[in-house]
Ligand binder design. Structure first.
Ligand code: NCD
Ligand code: ZN
Length: 349
């Protein structure tokens, strides 16, 4: 095992930075590790207009300490009847890098999401012509479908017809959690990519219930059985160009997770590269970490890879257990719990 690992600075292709006090508390943690990040638009209200994205991008830049170089890549939140002209304008003006499809009510802040693919067909046609990727939260929302099956059912019921209907559309299946998701991406080379989170590589669904209910292991899509985690580990460490890094770091303050109806989302930004390195080391694939973290994503998006190098050290994880959020509510000290796998992490960033 090497004692250090040097690679091109990685990018994070799926990040929730939030806004206001949360943004100020969280942005630095992503910017310390990553040169660029795809910024999720699920604010309240969602980012649907070019002008809103420009203003949000300015707030993100202002929240990152001046000594860190960080480029937020903005996405448009698709709603029913999404305006093709707004999508094209934002793409042409260098604001939108992609658009995000949340099936309505699939996850946190997705109430304005899409209720039927027919209602975004015009927008998707425009994106197809413009070469603008679609980022997909791949879960059906039908309450009759078991929560652990929602990704696999989405692939059959929604994604397969969508690929046929828009044959030129580039699609990222985000935060893949199943072997079916891995297989679906692999079956569509050239036009599909898939992101994989550090937490879905680290634990299976048992962890959510080990010794009691553990809200900080709850995210959507929810972690699945061990066989699925193993499929994700194979995909991420395969060197395959279709799979790339997307942490889905999704901060919620501890009080909103540790309650009767806790929010979905794992905050992993301070430990992301350390956990990925641990997984790749366990799979004897450290030589493939750079492809997953720093090369495959830019290639999919048609962007240059970063030239700067970063170094990981083989040393016990050195990261805070929580991050404070000053200024969220007067008189209340709020914190966000930082993800930590149950198994040891032997890498420092
Ligand atoms: C995300 C959030 O909190 O915004 N939550 C999550 O569990 N991943 C939304 C999402 O990406 O699904
Ligand atoms: Zn997400």
């Amino acid at each position: 095992m090497p004692s250090t690992l040097t690679l091109r600075r990685p990018d994070d292709w799926h990040v929730h930075l939030r806004d206001g006090a949360m943004l100020k508390a969280c942005a630095v943690h992503t910017a310390r590790q990553f040169a660029r990040a795809i910024i999720m638009p699920n604010l309240v209200p969602p980012v649907t207009k070019v002008a809103e994205a420009v203003a949000y991008r300015d707030r993100i830049r202002a929240a990152v300490p001046a000594d860190l170089k960080f480029e937020p890549l903005m996405t448009c939140y698709l709603t029913d009847g999404a305006d093709p002209a707004e999508l094209l304008r934002g793409k042409n003006e260098g604001v939108w890098v992609a658009a995000k499809l949340y099936p309505a009510h699939a996850t946190t802040n997705s109430a304005h999401g899409v209720t039927s693919m027919d209602r975004v067909a015009k927008g998707l046609e425009a994106m197809e012509k413009a070469g603008m990727p679609l980022l997909v939260h791949g879960e059906v929302t039908d309450p009759e479908v078991d929560i652990f099956d929602r990704e696999a059912v989405f692939l059959d019921k929604t994604l397969a017809p969508l690929l046929k209907r828009h044959p030129g559309l580039k699609i990222v299946l985000e935060h893949i959690t199943t072997r079916e998701g891995v297989a679906f991406v692999e079956a569509n080379p050239g036009r599909m990519g898939g992101t994989i989170t550090p937490h879905h590589l680290s634990y299976n669904r048992n962890a959510i219930f080990k010794g009691g209910i553990r809200p900080h292991f709850y995210c959507l899509p929810i972690a699945k059985r061990e066989e699925h985690r193993l499929a994700l580990r194979r995909a991420a460490t395969s060197g395959g160009a279709q799979f790339f890094l997307g942490t889905d770091t999704a901060p919620h303050t501890a009080d909103t997770k540790e309650c009767a109806c806790g929010c979905a989302g794992v905050f992993n930004a301070p430990v992301a590269m350390q956990v990925y390195a641990q997984v790749f080391a366990e799979e004897n694939a450290l030589d493939r970490l750079e492809a997953f973290a720093s090369l495959n994503g830019p290639r999919f998006y048609g962007l240059p890879a970063n030239e700067e190098r970063v170094m990981l050290r083989a040393a016990a994880l050195d990261a805070p257990e929580s991050v404070d959020v000053p200024g969220l509510a007067a008189g209340l000290a709020k914190t966000i719990t930082v993800f930590r796998p149950d198994t040891p992490v032997g890498w420092s960033f």
